[in-house]
Write a protein that binds this ligand. Structure first.
Ligand code: NAD
Length: 286
């Protein structure tokens, strides 16, 4: 298989990620087959000028099969797809939860890889309207990707996986290779359990400021959106020190809002438990 000219199958091509990765693959030199089982999804694929191919047909000659189906059905979909794949092909999933939970069908001669987009950095220097508009990544703004691949994958398989990853999430700055477990610590733990949770907490705090404390909404939003930028750049990049009074307010916030044992979210048992809940399983199979 040559990383420059691959045959790629997208299963779940009419879903949110399926549409995103298909749009970029369609612009590439690779040969791409699109499979989608819901009528609404099929309409979305066809509306973009892409043809639907039956899953068995799409995956059988593919060098790379991208499973863009919901995580809760990745196990059953992989059981149908993996036996149809050609020897040496790559099964690429887009989130580590199912791989971490041991849900994906295995075959000795099929390589498993997972690649999750980082999304464009909050500190990205955006200079064009297209970069500003692309908050998710994969359109105008450059982003990094974190990925994992079987330890014994050949260099050719890794190169093909990276070439595919660089197309589907383009423009890509770097692909950072880690283990599946490390990817699962990044997402959900670091970015969903912590960062996305804090994002929603900020929104709840804004709501309280406006609706309970009675501050005009425009003033509250102006103050919050500017201070979120300062809070992030000072805390994550050390741009400026927080003032002494601010440090006292930060400590009051930690004491009042955060539980003493919050760092238990980095224990393996907690990771297993949250991933089982996300995948609606009784327990992960590891
Ligand atoms: N949505 C995001 O922001 C996001 C970001 C990064 C990674 N991901 C990952 O991408 C993957 C897909 O998530 P999504 O949000 O795009 O899901 P989605 O629900 O939007 O789309 C899934 C698509 O798969 C189709 N489908 C389901 N079973 C199928 C089958 N057997 N054959 C063919 N098509 C089938 C569905 O009809 C649907 O169109 C997941 O692993 C998710 O974790 C999602």
């Amino acid at each position: 298989m040559s990383a420059e000219q691959l045959t790629v199958a997208v299963v779940g091509a009419g879903g949110k990620m399926g549409m995103r990765v298909s749009r970029n693959l369609q612009k590439s030199s690779h040969t791409v087959f699109y499979s989608e089982n819901s009528p609404a999804g099929q309409d979305r694929v066809r509306a973009e000028g892409r043809e639907i191919t039956a899953t068995d047909e799409a995956v059988k000659g593919a060098d790379v099969v991208i499973l863009a189906v919901p995580d809760t059905v990745l196990g059953v979909v992989s059981e149908g797809v993996v036996p149809q794949m050609k020897s040496g092909a790559i099964l690429l999933t887009l989130d580590p939860a199912a791989a971490y939970a041991g849900l994906l069908a295995q075959r000795e001669d099929v390589v498993q890889a997972v690649a999750h987009p980082c999304h464009p950095s909050v500190f990205l220097e955006r200079t064009t309207k297209e970069e500003w508009a692309d908050t998710f990544g994969g359109e105008g703004a450059p982003q990094n990707v974190v990925a994992a691949i079987d330890e014994d994958a050949t260099e050719a398989a890794k190169a093909a996986a990276e070439a595919t990853i660089r197309v589907i999430y383009a423009p890509v700055i770097d692909v950072h290779w880690v283990t599946v477990k490390q990817l699962a610590i990044l997402e959900p733990t670091l970015v969903e359990t912590v960062a996305c949770m804090i994002g929603t907490l900020l929104n709840e705090a804004l709501h309280e400021t406006v609706h309970t404390a009675g501050v005009p909404e425009e003033a509250a939003k102006a103050m919050l959106f500017g201070h979120v930028q300062i809070a992030l750049t000072n805390a994550l990049r050390g741009s400026n020190p927080f003032s002494e009074a601010c440090e006292i307010a930060i400590q009051y916030g930690k004491d009042t809002i955060i539980k003493d044992d919050w760092k238990k979210i980095f224990d393996d048992s907690e990771l297993d438990s949250v991933i089982a809940k996300m995948l609606k399983l009784d327990a992960v199979k590891r």
